[in-house]
Design a protein around this ligand. Structure first.
Ligand code: BGC
Length: 248
C-alpha cells in the first residue's frame, strides 16, 4: 500500500509516495520551496501542488516542525506564530479535499528509523534526535511513540539546547567540529540523565557518513549511539506512517 508523505520545513516542502510495507519511496520525491513567511494558507497551497504533481487520491500524512495535539498546533518555535492553535487537519483537509493525518517532524523521522531504519526491531527506549535548523526529538518505547517531546527547547547554559547545539548554530557561528561536539556532548549527557534511553539515533544532515567522521568519535554516551539510516527522506517516510496510525 502507498501513502503520500509530505514533510514541511522552513525552506522546502517535500513529498513522495511511500510503500508502507517496506518504507521505500515509490517514485522520485517532489519539492517546492516553502512560501515566504511560511503562512498557513500559503503553505496549504504549496502542499496542494505536491498532491497535484502525483495526482494523489489516497491517504496523506504531513509532518511539521511543531508540537501537534489532536491535529492542532500547540507550539510555533521556528515558524510564523499564526500556526499556534491552528487546526492543521482542518487546514489541509479543506485545502486538499482529503482527510490528512499530521504529526511533529521529529516524531515522523523517528517513525522512519524505528519502523525501517537504525531503530528497527529494537526493544526498550529509543530516542531519535534530528539536528538541523532546530533540534527535534522523539521517544519510542518498544517502537511505540511517546509524542511531542520537544527536547530541543530544554534550558541549557542560560539559553536553549537548540540555540546552543543545533547544526544551524554550528554553521552560523562557524564552530569547529570539536567545539560543536562538546556542546552536543553536554546535551546528550543531560538527555541521558533525564530519559536513560537504551539507544540514541542521531539524525539530520550531520548524520551523513561524510559528516559523521568529523565528530562522532568525540561523543561518549552510556546508551548505544548510532547515526540515522535516513536523512532527507525521514520526514516524508514517517509522515506516511502517521497516516496509518492514530498519532494526530
Ligand atoms: C521545533 C520542533 C521540531 C524541531 C526540528 C524545533 O524548533 O520546536 O517541533 O521538531 O525544531 O525541526
Amino acid at each position: 500500500m502507498e501513502v503520500l508523505g509530505i514533510d514541511i520545513g522552513g525552506t522546502g516542502i517535500k513529498g513522495a509516495p511511500v510503500v508502507i510495507e517496506t518504507g521505500k519511496i515509490a517514485s522520485e520525491r517532489f519539492r517546492v520551496p516553502t512560501p515566504k513567511g511560511g503562512y498557513p494558507k500559503d503553505v496549504a497551497k504549496a502542499v496542494k501542488k505536491i498532491v497535484k504533481h502525483f495526482s494523489w487520491k489516497g491517504k496523506i500524512g504531513i509532518s511539521l516542525p511543531m508540537r501537534i495535539r489532536n491535529g492542532v498546533a500547540c507550539t510555533a518555535a521556528n515558524v510564523d506564530e499564526s500556526w499556534l492553535g491552528l487546526d492543521i487537519v482542518a487546514l489541509f483537509s479543506d485545502a486538499l479535499g482529503i482527510k490528512i493525518a499530521t504529526l511533529n517532524d521529529a516524531d515522523a523521522a523517528g517513525y522512519a528509523e524505528v519502523h525501517y531504519g537504525a531503530g528497527k526491531a529494537k526493544l526498550g527506549k529509543t530516542l531519535v534526535l534530528t539536528l538541523g535548523t532546530g533540534i527535534g526529538s522523539s521517544l519510542f518505547m518498544n517502537s511505540v511513540l511517546v509524542p511531542n517531546l520537544e527536547l530541543g527547547h530544554l534550558r541549557m547554559s542560560g539559553t536553549t539546547a537548540e540555540i546552543l547545539a543545533a547544526n544551524s548554530t554550528r554553521k552560523r557561528d562557524h564552530l569547529s567540529w570539536e567545539i560543536w561536539a562538546e556542546r552536543l556532548q553536554d546535551y546528550l549527557t543531560y538527555i541521558e540523565f533525564l530519559l536513560d534511553p537504551d539507544l540514541i539515533i542521531l539524525g539530520g544532515g550531520v548524520s551523513r557518513p561524510k559528516r559523521i567522521k568529523h565528530y562522532f568519535h568525540l561523543l561518549n554516551t552510556r546508551s548505544e549511539l548510532v547515526p540515522a539510516h535516513f536523512q532527507n527522506e525521514a520526514g516524508i517516510i514517517g509522515a506516511a506512517c502517521a497516516a496509518m496510525t492514530n498519532s494526530t
